[in-house]
Design a protein around this ligand. Sequence first.
Ligand SMILES: Cc1cc2nc3c(=O)[nH]c(=O)nc-3n(C[C@H](O)[C@H](O)[C@H](O)COP(=O)(O)OP(=O)(O)OC[C@H]3O[C@@H](n4cnc5c(N)ncnc54)[C@H](O)[C@@H]3O)c2cc1C
Length: 393
Amino acid sequence: MTTRSAASPEYDAIIVGARCAGAATAMLLARRGVRVLAIDRGNYGSDTVSTHALMRAGVLQLSRWGVLDGIKAAGTPVVRSTSFHYADNVVTVPIKPQNGADGLYAPRRTVIDRLLVDAARRAGAEIEFGTQVVDLVRADNGRVSGVRLKDRHDRERQVSAELVIGADGVRSTVARLTGAECYRTGRHATGVVFSYWSDTGLDGYHWYYRPDVSAGSIQTNDGLACVFASVPQRRFHETMRQGTDAGYRQVLMECDSGLADVVERSKRVEKYRGFSGELGFFRQSFGPGWALVGDAGYFKDPLTAHGITDAFIDAELLAHAAGQGTEAAFADYQSARDKLALAHFEVTDEVASFDWDLPKVQQLHRALSEEMKKESLAVTNFEKTPGVFLPMT
Ligand SMILES: Cc1cc2nc3c(=O)[nH]c(=O)nc-3n(C[C@H](O)[C@H](O)[C@H](O)COP(=O)(O)OP(=O)(O)OC[C@H]3O[C@@H](n4cnc5c(N)ncnc54)[C@H](O)[C@@H]3O)c2cc1C
């Protein structure tokens, strides 16, 4: 149930969720002088169920925000190549330095999410962990004017703000409480299991494809490789019924026996984490007194490893809209996001369908590559002309 507030706003913006979308938005808003409170029900620097390969546009933004140095200082290795393994045909793409980014990076979420929180705090944002949103507060005219929060001791309090931003992921509470509708959904989802392996000898990004299976290896912190095994959602539970370890190894063996051998010879240093799949969507992402950013507003299947990069782009677009504060600016936020994301969303959905043969998936990857070039250009364009963040064609 929604409660009412008569108090004047304590914050310009309250952000629900303080990971890659929420913490980045908090940082960007605080740098604009906005009074920000971000809250998260989780812990500072904790892990989450996500692999973490960043794409070019994400790295460019981290570089521009001054966060990339922290990622390097945390020992995150630079990724200088991406290899696509289409059965036995391997296509390796070198990653050239560009605009202050010497390559790609795949920092653990314990690294990147923490660094973004630190940067937001340095910019003046208040960030509180162990606190969840349980309700929205509305003014007499129905406009969202704050949140009801509950801490770990079940103590509740009400906090007011001009703008409440839901950066609270796929199952966003803010989206549910505002009634934000999905206006486009994907048709296909994949299930994935991943873990971390030492001494694999694998550098960079490796993506593997065969009919009905996919896998990948992502070079990350502490000399580890994050190796994932992915299948269409329809066969996820059946494949994993034999036990996660056996199901995971079976998928790797089906996909690429070389990768399966690497894992066989390596040491697993963490537990398996699994995700049984979720259809992608675009949600209405603004309304009176509220907005959504990151997965809360737009989600696509993780098989194309792009959600963190999306979250950064959305954060930048939303911070700009919030700086203007008009309804038109928020509408522009949503349409600019969709313009950048739509083709990527559709191609990802096709990849996630597993309804392809190897030449077809190769063609889909070329289409993704073109979209990522546009996206990088847009991110660079935004740096030169703040406020102009439309894909240049
Ligand atoms: C298996 C898997 C693999 C992936 N691999 C990649 C990859 O390689 N590369 C990539 O770029 N992307 C990847 N993604 C996508 C990426 O994880 C997401 O796009 C990204 O996490 C979105 O960030 P976010 O900040 O919007 O949401 P989240 O990371 O989901 O953060 C939401 C935060 O909100 C908090 N929260 C939720 N509800 C409340 C509440 N009521 N009150 C307070 N706090 C709340 C949560 O505690 C959480 O910390 C993957 C996703 C999955 C599932």
